[in-house]
Design a protein. Structure first.
Length: 353
């Protein structure tokens, strides 16, 4: 037989309230007698009613020469668990500088809180900063404590949390483990290893080269022309891990040359997501010196969004003259259609008109 287990929890809750009791005409209350008191108005904390009692002539036969104040619990038919602090306010600064506290205790209905009396010698008090113009101020802070019990629930089976997936990290390590590779590429005089089964995942060009009718599919060693080794390694790293190795997308010039070459490689091997990533990085890091080269590549490799960003940058009246003075712009004229250059020239004339 299956035994069902239920569970509930208990956590302590606190609620705090402060009451300020001002007494005017102090001297007129003196002599009212031991055990006689003045009561503050009733105040409520956490559903319980309280009052501050002030005894000008002490609240027991042992302290007739003292003034006393205490906290009284006024709620009927219920006990309270609370702590308290009673403070005298400096009449020259308005700040409470003398206080006495009591730890958490139970108080029965309509009784003074156990040990809640603040006691001070009357002569010392009357000569102090706590009494000015026959006026004194008492502050009382009450902190209520009560348990909060949750609703009962069926006990759920506790399962250890699953570790986060690190498959891309593992694939990155696999790329670095040369002893496991089954295909090699000669790139710029360097030999770079890879895994035939992984390269087609993002690149239909690699799929055709390694598994199609192209001659490379029958060879374990493939020569890559017109590409730098660092660019090919970055291409492989992206295919394996969906990330670029150590590239800050806002790093500026330090990345621009690599990303430009990587954009060409991404288009060459039809790695569309890498192509979009390169477009995004280049679009964020345009400057006067690089925008023309970037625009030329955007046009050659059908990067429409990057093309629009470059044209918008060049068309800015504040940089257009500087851009057109660069070698990159001169090269742009030879690689882009006349219509594009004509449009830029017209835009320049409009800015000067």
């Amino acid at each position: 037989m299956t035994m069902r287990t239920t569970v509930s929890t208990c956590t302590p809750e606190t609620e705090q309230g402060k009451h300020v009791f001002e007494i005017f005409g102090y001297s007129k209350h003196r002599g009212m007698g031991n055990l006689e008191f003045i009561s503050s108005g009733t105040f409520s904390v956490s559903g319980h009613d309280w009052a501050v009692l002030f005894f000008p002539d002490g609240y027991s036969s042992s302290n007739r020469d003292d003034i006393c104040a205490c906290l009284r619990h006024l709620s009927k038919d219920t006990k309270a668990q609370a702590s308290w602090e009673i403070r005298l306010v400096d009449q020259t600064t308005g700040l409470p500088t003398f206080s006495q506290k009591g730890d958490t205790a139970w108080c029965h209905p309509s009784s003074c809180f156990p040990g809640s009396g603040m006691v001070k010698n009357r002569k010392v008090f009357e000569a102090s900063v706590y009494l000015r113009d026959d006026h004194l101020t008492i502050e009382c802070i009450v902190t209520m404590k009560k348990p909060r019990v949750s609703a009962t629930e069926f006990l759920k089976k506790i399962e250890a949390p699953l570790p986060l997936s690190n498959i891309t990290e593992q694939l990155g390590k696999l790329l670095e483990a040369e002893e496991t590779t089954d295909a090699t590429f000669s790139v710029g005089g360097e030999t770079i290893g890879a895994h035939r089964i992984l390269l087609p995942l993002l690149s239909p060009v690699f799929r055709a080269e390694l598994y199609g009718t192209m001659k490379e599919s029958k060879e374990k060693h493939v020569t890559i022309e017109d590409m730098q080794p660092a660019v090919f390694r970055a291409l492989l790293h992206f295919i394996y891990t969906d990330s670029l190795p150590g590239v800050d997308q806002n790093a500026g010039e330090s990345n621009t040359e690599l990303i430009l070459h990587l954009l060409v490689a991404a288009d060459r091997y039809a790695v569309e997501r890498l192509k979009l990533v390169c477009e995004s990085i280049l679009g964020k890091n345009l400057d006067v010196e690089t925008v023309s080269t970037t625009l030329a590549l955007a046009y050659q490799h059908n990067c429409d969004r990057l093309k629009d960003i470059c044209l918008e940058f060049i068309s800015s009246s504040s940089v257009m003259d500087a851009v057109m003075a660069t070698d990159g712009y001169k090269n742009l004229k030879t690689t882009c259609p006349y219509a594009l250059i004509d449009m830029l020239e017209k835009t320049r004339r409009l800015h000067k008109a």
